[in-house]
Design a protein around this ligand. Structure first.
Ligand code: FEO
Ligand code: CA
Ligand code: CA
Ligand code: CA
Length: 750
């Protein structure tokens, strides 16, 4: 297969690669200035934002495109599933190469120590190493020298580290799923766990044809569960955000007054992510509730705690036992400092991460940006729990492509909307329905006929405080306005369009090119279950406790395999208040004979077979459009090819044609892992993909009980360095791999 002709346009910034941060930032400024001079301002900061702008001029001026265009095609054949017994390796189509780029414990800063296979390293070491259980990520390309392009050979890979598997995190691990024995819990172990969470900023480079981590990069950085953060936006400073102020030390957290509600520590359960056109990274806090608990007894959860699933035991981390910051009765408001989208400037290693309260507080999965032709900016976000909602945040002010600094607080001012998917059919369009965005603002009329400001949950002296309360209690505000309960919204993705083999952009809207957003709805075991109930408009429903009936947007009871929904904004505007939606695909298993359990109402049930045109999969989670109009889907199911997954196999990454809906399987994974996190270089010739929690649920006494990946597949990493694999010491490691084509072509392309 011959690679498609496509100029690489990659000029390494400086062949020596040893520039200072100042020199790189100056170069970014130079790039901006040269764009301003040439009058193509929109491209300037996009060049460091990782947004491909190659198609900008074409697409803005383009005539309507014929149906089927805007899609670069899929150039590989579907590979078979990896069935039981699951082989402990990644498999990709012939002609493709997969290499290990970075694994848990790899050093990513100049102070980083080499990985110790027995996990004997402490929190201080982990703070300079790649964290555990990587999830969403984005590649911020460096600008090319003196040019208008983005490097496809050098950039900052920002990677989320969602959670830890404490049985293998330590040499003498804690079996979290079996219940951590308090006798072996130490503050040192807790500190290491906190250090393994958060975000890694990793400089990656292609040198001599080999990708690798530039570990002495001045940009290399870890942000952890204990990194100082700023809290900004409408909820910042509110009394509910003022927590006990702690000094965080290696031996404990020492109380020292009260915060002003505008500062705090750390980010946790960083699941998926987003980026902004001004070149910052967004990391989204998902299951933050699981880190909190209390030893206080008797325990009664508050209404707010119930709505977010905060309880005395948490998920079994037991941090609250030895770290008072996580005891919800010793510091009751600390939990309110979590559940946000956090903005990080990867190009400024000393910058403080900022929690943007305007974007709402829930179990954030991802935040996908769309940019309008007038530089309006919107973000699409899911709240990943059963029966939760889909949101949109629209910035009040427009992105200023000529002045990066002017955008740095853009996320503090805007309107948060929640989605209602109605069953009102769109005339003349099959299986297409209307939806609406409901603003979560003080004056919005709720289901009870009153404005939100009169709801006792949000009532306050000023609308500014009402808005703060709406944001802190986002789920309750969405309940009050009757948002549509969804089947666990995971990632959102913005459709891209490509022309004549050139990469598309985030601005490609127009006739025949709708502003179209997709969202994975991974599953919902409560949908259609009995007794039927819904999230109560007064916000009193416990997290994931309702049994909503099927509806148009979530049509299957016991939605075991999930589906993908999509919507097109009215007028192709990110500020639209209405949209048209349809279901892109219902996932499933064509070979299944499974029947609906007795506790479900059969209404709407059309089986577990799904309607996939191509390779079967279920539990869609990661979702991303490459720069050529191809949609990539990643899955998160048990991963052992048993039970409901015996015909579908281990987790996978698939590639979809948004026009024909054909779906092909591109990658199958090792055992008991999730495939999550995907992004490519601007030229599409290197694709980074994450493998999370291989061997999940192994016990501390037998770390490689289920998997010893990546050691089972790789003896060296992509840079040619050995991957240690000493029997008795090794353990599975979440990792990022880099996938390329042997002929150098575009990954996934013709
Ligand atoms: Fe962390 Fe919703 O996946
Ligand atoms: Ca996910
Ligand atoms: Ca998931
Ligand atoms: Ca998982």
């Amino acid at each position: 297969m011959k690679g498609k002709q496509h100029p690489a346009n990659d000029v390494t910034i400086n062949p020596s690669g040893n520039e200072s941060i100042r020199e790189v930032l100056d170069r970014i400024d130079d790039t901006r200035r040269s764009f301003i001079k040439s009058g193509v301002g929109a491209s300037a900061l996009a060049a460091i934002g990782g947004i491909t702008v190659g198609g900008l001029v074409d697409t803005v001026e383009a005539a309507p495109i014929p149906a089927g265009a805007g899609f670069g095609g899929i150039g590989f054949e579907s590979i078979p599933p990896t069935l039981a017994p699951v082989v402990d390796k990644i498999t990709v189509p012939p002609g493709y190469k997969v290499e290990l780029l970075a694994a848990w414990g790899d050093p990513i800063t100049a102070m980083g120590q080499a990985w110790a296979e027995d996990a004997s390293q402490d929190a201080a070491a982990q703070e300079h190493q790649f964290g555990m259980h990587n999830d969403g990520m984005h590649f911020f390309a460096f600008p090319t020298a003196g040019g208008t392009g983005q490097s496809s050979e050098r950039g900052l890979l920002c990677v989320n580290h969602e959670y830890t598997h404490d049985a293998i995190l330590h040499s003498d691990g804690l079996d979290a799923t079996q219940g951590i024995a308090t006798s072996v819990l130490t503050i040192q172990k807790i500190r290491k766990g906190q250090a393994a969470h958060g975000v890694a900023v990793v400089e990656v480079r292609k040198t001599g044809g080999q990708w690798g981590v530039h570990k002495s990069s001045p940009f290399g950085r870890r942000i952890t569960g204990n990194t100082p953060v700023r809290i900004s936006g409408p909820a910042a400073g509110h009394p509910l955000m003022q927590a006990v102020k702690y000094s965080i030390t290696p031996t404990g957290s020492v109380a020292n007054g009260t915060t002003n509600g505008r500062e705090g520590f750390g980010t946790l359960n960083n699941c998926a992510h987003g980026f902004t056109p001004w070149g910052t990274y967004l990391t989204c806090e998902e299951n933050w509730n699981g880190y909190f608990g209390t030893t206080a007894a008797p325990f009664t959860a508050t209404k707010l705690e119930r709505r977010y699933g905060v309880n005395a035991g948490g998920f079994g981390y037991k941090w609250h036992v030895l770290d008072d910051r996580f005891d919800i009765r010793k510091s009751p408001n600390e939990q309110n400092n979590f559940g946000w989208v956090v903005e990080i400037d990867p190009f400024n290693p000393t910058s403080t991460p900022v929690k943007r309260t305007s974007m709402g507080r829930f179990k954030h999965e991802s935040a996908q940006v769309a940019v309008g032709p007038d530089y309006s900016v919107g973000f699409y976000m899911g709240d990943d729990e059963r029966n939760e909602y889909i949101y949109k945040f629209v910035c009040t002010n427009r992105w200023n492509p000529r002045n990066r600094a002017a955008n740095m607080n853009l996320l503090d001012d805007g309107i948060l909307y929640v989605a209602r998917f109605t069953s009102n059919a769109v005339a003349g369009k099959a299986n297409t329905f209307r939806g609406e965005w409901v603003a979560l603002e003080p004056g919005t009329i709720a289901l009870d006929g009153k404005p939100l400001r009169e709801n006792p949950e949000f009532a306050a002296a000023t609308d500014a405080e009402v808005k703060a309360l709406i944001l802190i209690k986002t789920r309750m505000a969405a309940d009050a306005v009757g948002a549509t309960m969804m089947d666990r919204p995971e990632w959102t993705a913005l459709r891209t369009y490509s022309f004549a083999g050139r990469p598309g952009s985030l601005y490609s809207y127009g006739p025949g090119m709708p502003l179209e957003v997709y969202c994975t709805l991974t599953n919902n075991s409560r949908r259609g279950n009995t007794p039927v109930s819904s999230n109560n408009p007064n916000g009193s429903t416990g997290a994931a406790s309702a049994n909503p009936p099927v509806d148009a947007a979530n049509p299957r009871p016991d939605n075991d395999y999930g589906h993908i929904i999509r919507w097109r904004e009215d007028g192709n505007s990110v500020r639209a208040l209405g949209f048209e939606w349809d279901i892109f695909v219902q996932c499933g298993d064509k070979l299944t004979t499974k029947t609906l359990g007795a506790s479900y109402t059969a209404a709407g049930h059309d089986g577990y077979v799904g309607n996939i045109n191509g390779a079967d999969f279920g539990a869609p989670d990661g979702l991303w459009f490459d720069h050529f109009g191809r949609m990539w889907i990643q899955t998160d199911q048990a991963g052992d090819a048993s039970g409901d997954w015996r015909n579908i196999g281990s987790n996978s990454m698939l590639c979809a044609d948004p026009n024909s809906k054909e779906i092909r399987r591109f990658l199958t994974s090792p055992r008991n892992c999730e495939v999550t996190g995907v992004v490519s270089t601007p030229d599409g010739r290197a694709l980074f993909c994450g493998i999370q929690h291989p061997g999940e649920d192994s016990l501390a006494s037998d770390p490689d009980q289920f998997s010893n990946w990546p050691q089972n597949q790789f003896t060296t990493n992509s840079a040619g360095q050995p991957v240690p694999n000493t029997p008795g010491k090794s353990r599975p490691r979440s990792s990022v791999v880099v996938i390329t084509r042997e002929d150098g072509g575009i990954v996934g392309g013709l």
